[in-house]
Design a protein around this ligand. Structure first.
Ligand SMILES: [Zn+2]
Length: 91
């Protein structure tokens, strides 16, 4: 693990709130993607980018682009806290 990885883990809150400074990722359509949050049990709150789709005539076309933004799935206390947050949101 590099020093920058440690820095990100220790400052994840500030990283999340300043996502606009992250480098834009483009999908196979050459569209700029925006980080979304996964709320699955294995990856609560883990951010990923995927194709937003584009309008082609009357249809909406998407490519299969998918990439995690957060390199590792949540774990430990962070994982549990995120699950609780998700459950509160869902109530
Ligand atoms: Zn695409």
């Amino acid at each position: 693990m590099s020093e920058s990885d440690n820095f990100q883990a220790a400052n994840s809150d500030s990283i999340i709130s300043s996502s606009s400074t992250e480098q834009a990722v483009k999908c196979a359509c050459n569209l700029t993607t925006h980080p979304m949050r996964a709320w699955t049990r294995n990856n609560p709150g883990r951010r990923f980018v995927s194709c937003r789709g584009r309008r082609v005539g009357r249809q909406y076309v998407k490519c299969d682009f998918f990439q995690w933004v957060d390199q590792e799935p949540p774990h430990g206390w962070q994982h549990l806290a995120l699950i609780e947050t998700r459950d509160i949101i869902n109530e």
